[in-house]
Design a protein around this ligand. Structure first.
Ligand code: M6R
Length: 612
């Protein structure tokens, strides 16, 4: 969480920083701030709220500088207010810092600094860090980068930081550990950011800083050293990201764009991998460990949130197609257990951002015990993609809306392809079934397109339920994780309480909640559990619950029982989540819009959860 940007070059830094912060606002939007070196001193401007609020503060101010840093915050230490907003300036007014991450031992450092006469105005760990650096620099008369190195050797935690100093107005220093940082290489200018989206407009040459590296940009040059002060030779990546992909393109919200972009993003995800004519599947990213996957005794899937829901669907798919036992774990739980992992176990780590702190830590734990990690990640060059042994990117394009939509369907698509290919190589699937599923998978983009045609009907249904206080989502089999995902979508963007349940579990408790005020969304497409879910609908109706059913097209039975039905095209049941989730995404979107909620930036959330 938190987005950071930096600029040093010949242009005016402020407009560049503000534009960059807007692109990173999805990472946190509790407050925003910038610091620049103006006429030999540090000018720091910050404001609780969004980048737009900061812009109002800056309106009419004459700020001119070609070096600066900026921050958009997701609060960890200290409530979101002006004082806790970044940047933070050190006691002597010499240094300004922005920080994404958490300094865990800030309490003891703070006490020590207070005993030495330092004063603090904020509740943040970041203000402690910058004063600690100031203290080391002034007591040992060190350069900024040396003081930073010494300070970081005593710091416990995660950070991506950038620092400017009024004493060295041509220098920008940065470091990272556990939080992402990208350096953009322009012509005589440099851009720093948490991800490449603020940079792509200016250059496509970037360096992803590695953990514990320290970057110094000074007088038009840069160098990177490790924590032992040993110079590093970085790899310069050429980005293929298009600017258009990170803009709204005429849609009112990114979430809208991303929901409606799914026919294309799913097709992109299969492009070059699924060859319908030849009946082949290739996944270049998983080559060296393909055999290990096929021969694995078990697979452990690690993920959080929506990615965890994709993992639940994958569990059913892998077990059915590959006959390999699968466990799906919340990364946040797994990392603090003492899990049984043996050499050669396969871990599949799923993450849109590739930066989720819990997932990263769980991967490290699994690796340390001999597991092979395959990453299923969207963000190219992200931490999870780099720490995984191998993996397959989603190729879904940047997902900006905090609520994950197109990443979920792309995750399902990639996981399905991995499972299908492994099953074929392993011989656990008959060739004609393989070909049938491959063909069915290739038709998913057009079926999603068709499912999106229910948009108007879903908007009408949303109007009727926008003021509900609770929702229940029910599904069975492959549609059970879809019920969880539908409930998560609704609660995170509309703030309506919603629960997802396996439909048959309803009678073990949640049925007590059902009355005429309880909308129950039942994902009841035609599959092997169809008759059972029909009975579950009857159970809800018998208790006067209001049923909104997602059904397969031409279903003649459920429309007679349910209060509202939304049709989706038929497909193989193992692929149905790719289609049946679409109405649920639309329902949550429309309800949130009608309630006046900030759809793309829901309260208290951030797109990349880089803290535990
Ligand atoms: O980037 P990741 O896929 O690792 O993120 C995991 C969750 O934080 C994420 O899916 C979150 O639950 C979304 N806001 C759900 O829409």
């Amino acid at each position: 969480m938190c987005g950071i940007v930096g600029y040093i070059g010949k242009k005016e830094a402020l407009p560049l920083l503000l534009k960059g912060l807007r692109r990173l606002e999805y990472r946190g939007y509790d407050s925003a701030g910038v610091a620049l070196i103006e006429n030999g001193s540090i000018g720091s401007y910050k404001k609780q709220g969004k980048v737009g609020d900061l812009e109002k503060v800056l309106q009419g101010q004459k700020v001119s500088s070609s070096i600066g840093i900026g921050h958009t915050r997701w609060a960890t230490h200290g409530e979101p207010n002006d004082v806790n907003a970044h940047p933070h300036v050190s006691n002597n007014g010499n240094l300004a810092i922005i920080h994404n991450g958490i300094i865990e031992n800030y309490g003891s450092l703070k006490e020590d600094l207070i005993s030495k006469g330092f004063e603090f105005s904020s509740d943040t760990d970041t203000e402690v860090l910058i004063n600690f650096i100031e203290y080391i620099q002034s007591s040992d008369n060190l350069t900024l980068e040396d003081a930073l190195r010494v300070a970081l050797s005593q710091v416990v935690g995660a950070y991506a930081i950038a620092i400017i100093s009024k004493d060295t107005p041509n220098k920008l220093v940065a470091a990272r550990k556990g939080s992402p940082m990208v350096l953009g290489l322009g012509k005589g200018e440099f851009f720093l950011a948490s991800d490449a989206t603020p940079i792509i407009e200016y250059t496509n040459e970037v360096i992803y800083l590695k953990d514990e590296e320290i970057l110094v940009i000074e007088d038009g040059n840069y160098h990177i050293k490790d924590s032992q002060d040993i110079p590093q030779t970085p790899h310069i990546h050429t980005l293929e990201l298009e600017l258009e992909a990170i803009e709204k393109g005429g849609h009112e919200h990114f979430m809208h764009k991303e929901i409606f972009g799914q026919p294309e993003s799913i097709a992109d995800c299969m492009r070059g991998r699924l060859n319908k004519e030849k009946g082949e599947l290739t996944l270049g990213g998983i080559r060296n460990y393909a055999k290990a996957l096929e021969n694995a005794d078990r697979i452990i899937i690690l993920a959080c949130g929506t990615s965890w829901h994709a993992g639940l669907v994958a569990e059913y798919v892998f077990e059915d197609l590959c006959r390999i036992p699968v466990e799906v774990e919340y990364a946040s739980e797994f990392r603090y257990r003492n899990p049984v992992i043996k050499e050669g176990d396969i871990v599949i780590a799923i993450s849109q951002s590739g930066e989720t702190a819990d997932t990263l830590a769980a991967i490290e734990l699994a690796k340390s015990r001999g597991a092979i990690v395959l990453g299923v990640v969207n963000t190219v060059g992200s931490s999870i993609s780099r720490v995984s042994h191998e993996g397959a990117y989603l190729h879904a394009g940047p997902e900006i809306g905090v609520a994950s939509t197109k990443a979920f369907t792309a995750q399902l698509t990639v996981l399905y392809m991995i499972a299908l290919r492994a099953a074929r190589n392993k011989g656990t699937i008959a060739e004609n079934r393989f070909q049938q599923l491959l063909r069915e998978l290739s038709l998913i983009p057009s079926k999603v397109e068709k499912a999106l045609l229910s948009n108007d009907k879903i908007e009408e249904i949303s109007e009727m339920f926008k003021n509900a206080s609770n929702f229940l989502y029910l599904g069975r089999g492959y549609n059970f994780p879809v019920a969880l995902e539908g409930a998560l979508k609704l609660k995170e963007i509309s703030y309506i309480h919603a629960e997802g349940y396996p439909a048959a579990e309803m009678k073990h408790g949640p049925i007590a909640l059902i009355d005429e005020n309880m909308p129950v969304v039942v994902i009841a497409t035609r599959d092997s559990s169809y008759d059972k879910i029909v009975s579950n609908i009857q159970e809800v109706k018998a208790r006067k619950g209001v049923v909104i059913a997602v059904v397969s097209e031409k279903d003649a039975l459920i429309p007679k029982m349910a209060d509202f039905t939304i049709e989706v095209p038929a497909t193989h049941e193992s692929l149905m989540p790719l289609v049946s989730v679409i109405p649920l995404q639309l329902l949550s979107y429309h309800i949130a819009v009608m309630r006046g909620a900030n759809v793309d930036q829901p309260r208290n959330l951030a797109k990349s959860v880089t803290v535990e």
